[in-house]
Ligand binder design. Structure first.
Ligand SMILES: [Zn+2]
Length: 433
């Protein structure tokens, strides 16, 4: 049965505030509707018996609730599966969501990636729009983004309704207000992005659309844990990844844990060595300053150290490719740099595992790509921790490919926003039969 430990009391103001992870009403019936949607989200097509058991509901209650969700085209019955012997065929229930469009947008430094899908997860379109967003500043940057978003909003098919938009960007974001706190490469500090997009949609007559803004690594972690991890949904998962820097996320029961103001899971700035090199955050010896992509490239000798930051900022995939190729060729200097990086990563993971006691630690982004050079020294560092029974269940797993995890995570979060607030965001479009 899904946990409701994070349920806030009361309903959010329409169109604003913390909607994505919350429940919108204390009403028992509404809570049961959300449980059914969440069961189908996490378990896929299920029999009515399994849903009833998984949600702790009587069959009669559930039949009425499923009719409500079918009327909104949020669930549908699949074709009947014949039973052995006598009896009516089984008709599993699955997520539908076909009339409802969810839009995920990844704001990157040289453009935006877009992924639109139905709330049930059928892809509608994907796009990349090139925009000069690096160091663009809040107002010029918003002007460029606004125009590009207008085009995307205009692509929603006429027979569909846009219900949720989630934006991912490289920076800290206050989850409740959707305001950018610190974004080194965009320079959008202080931009009330959630309000701007909500107002833009209101001008198009769509004030009720749920708009969320999140740190890109939070959404990468959400996708990695919910979609890419080949394990049952873990209770607590730690994600470390990123392409230009070390980012992190904490995913609890399939949802991003934000912390007080949207910045939980900031594992890149775990302090590993207070006498270490200076970090862009102003401290010394953070994990980022010891093993961030710029540091690895600068120390590798593959490019002049003063060019490493520019190369990583402008083309992180090429920078990573150069490091990996040199390591695969047996470049001794690069191998030594990566072995030290694995050791520092292990020091940080040891503390993170101790503080969080996660079911899984997932490495993605450049850490996943470099896994064969990082994992062994990292595992050696955490061995004493995981030898303690209380921490022995923690699995350390790396995802080796560079999947488009951030935009996919943004689309996933937009779908989640609808499933968490279905009565406000959708309407009855059928008779539920
Ligand atoms: Zn730092």
């Amino acid at each position: 049965m899904p946990s409701d430990r994070s349920r806030p009391a009361g309903s959010p103001e329409p169109g604003r505030g913390r909607r994505r992870r919350g429940w919108s009403s204390d009403d028992l019936r509404y809570g049961n509707l959300l449980r059914i949607l969440r069961h189908l989200r996490d378990h896929g097509p299920s029999s009515r018996t399994d849903i009833a058991a998984g949600c702790g509901l009587a069959m009669s209650t559930m039949t009425e609730l499923i009719a409500e969700l079918r009327g909104r085209r949020l669930v549908r019955e699949l074709k009947g599966v014949p039973r052995k012997g006598a009896g009516r065929p089984l008709r599993p229930v699955a997520l539908d969501g076909e009339p409802w469009c969810a839009l995920g947008v990844q704001v990157d430094l040289s453009g935006i990636h877009v992924l639109a899908s139905t709330v049930g997860g059928e892809e509608l379109w994907s796009d990349y729009v090139s925009l000069p967003l690096l160091h663009s500043g809040p107002e010029p940057g918003w002007g460029l983004l606004r125009e590009a978003l207008d085009d995307q909003f205009g692509r929603v098919p006429e027979e569909m309704t846009l219900v949720a938009v989630e934006l991912a960007l490289p920076g800290y974001v206050a989850t409740d207000r959707g305001t950018v706190g610190w974004s080194k490469d965009l320079g959008w500090d202080g931009l009330p992005l959630q309000d701007r997009v909500t107002d833009q949609l209101a001008e198009r007559g769509r004030a009720e659309v749920a708009v969320g803004v999140a740190h890109d690594c939070h959404l990468a972690g959400l996708h990695a844990v919910r979609v890419e991890l080949a394990l049952p949904l873990p209770h607590v998962a730690v994600y470390l990844g990123g392409l230009r820097e070390v980012g992190g996320a904490l995913v609890v029961d399939g949802a991003v844990f934000d912390g007080e103001d949207g910045s939980a899971g900031d594992f890149g700035h775990v302090n590993v060595d207070p006498r270490g090199p200076s970090c862009p955050c102003g401290r010394n010896g953070c994990l980022e300053s010891l093993i961030g992509p710029t540091t690895l490239l600068a120390r590798s000798g593959l490019v002049p150290a003063e060019d490493a930051d520019t190369l990583v900022t402008q083309d992180p995939t090429a920078a990573l490719g150069a490091l990996l190729a040199a390591a695969d060729d047996g470049d001794l200097r690069v191998l030594a740099v990566l072995a030290e990086a694995g050791d520092a990563l292990g020091l940080a993971l040891d503390d993170i595992i101790g503080a969080v006691n996660p079911s899984v630690v997932l490495l993605g982004g450049y850490l996943g790509v470099l896994q064969r050079y990082l994992l062994e020294p990292a595992r050696a560092r955490v061995a004493r921790r995981t030898a303690v029974t209380s921490f022995s269940a923690t699995k350390l797993i790396a995802l080796g490919d560079l999947a488009p995890r951030v935009v996919a995570g943004a689309a996933l979060a937009a779908r989640d926003a609808c499933l968490a607030d279905p009565l406000r965001l959708t309407s009855v479009v059928g008779d539920g039969r």
